[in-house]
Design a protein around this ligand. Structure first.
Ligand code: PGA
Length: 242
């Protein structure tokens, strides 16, 4: 694992965007795995900035997102489809047909999971996967206890995850109870993984990730088995490391 400590959230975001930008520059048809949540927002802002400043085209690249809430239409204000459009896609020149997320309103959810795995396969796998980390160690919506061999599947969200995400909804009860998430095995098959973390509330999770054993009780711990993992975190997130 390559560890990069930064002085601030902004610097973490700049460094992460730089890694993604270089990847797209060296391989224009890169397949990028993307994450949602609060942490990647700065990374996406910086990426848009780089795109506008350096005029590098994103027309040939492809994206696959980690997850989507079950029961939300693509255009629901809190769906991850909407998040990605607002915070990244509409600001780049990427064709809509190159961006992929699971469909939260699919009638046949198991079929949707299989379709999503097929999408990743047909794209030739993920070149670079961007990840955040949950306070309970979840990656994507792979909550503690998820098998390391999992492929795309439907999960019931834990109370702590629903509570953490309630800030985006007007009412905690509006937070969906289920989501479709890329599985841990699919994430681990990415050629490169870029994990970002910021703030004191992630310090405990980063400590467990770096120092504790690899266990399905703390899903992110599996990342230590990945040959090409970079963790970029600010000093607050790193503050409990010796
Ligand atoms: P956050 O979420 O970036 O909003 O902290 C990360 C995660 O839960 O994976």
């Amino acid at each position: 694992m390559k560890l990069i400590e930064t002085a601030s959230y902004e610097e973490m975001s700049q460094k992460a965007a730089g890694v993604i930008y270089e990847q797209v520059k060296s391989k224009p048809n890169t397949v990028l795995g993307l994450a949602t949540g609060g942490t990647p927002l700065g990374t996406y802002r910086e990426l848009i900035h780089l795109h506008l400043q350096k005029k590098e085209s994103f027309q040939k690249f492809y994206t696959v997102n980690l997850d989507e809430y079950v029961g939300l239409a693509d255009d629901h204000p809190q769906s991850y489809h909407t998040y990605m459009d607002e915070h990244l896609f509409q600001h780049l020149d990427i064709p809509a047909s190159h961006t992929h997320l699971p469909r939260g309103l699919a009638e046949d959810l198991d079929g949707e999971c299989k379709r999503y795995d097929q999408v990743i396969k047909q794209l030739g796998g993920i070149d670079l996967q961007l990840l955040g980390i949950g306070q309970n160690g979840h990656i994507g919506f792979n909550e503690p206890g998820t098998s390391f061999n999992s492929r795309t599947h439907v999960v019931e969200l834990t109370e702590s995850t629903r509570k953490a995400n309630a800030r985006y909804f007007s009412n905690k009860d509006d937070v969906p109870t289920h989501a479709i998430t890329m599985g841990i095995q699919s994430i681990m098959e990415s050629s490169e993984i870029l994990l970002i973390a910021s703030g004191k509330k992630k310090a405990e999770a980063i400590l467990r990730l770096v120092e504790d054993e690899i266990t399905e009780d703390f899903p992110a711990s599996v990342l230590k088995r990945h040959p090409n993992l970079t963790l970029i975190a600010d000093y607050e997130a790193m503050s409990l490391l010796k």
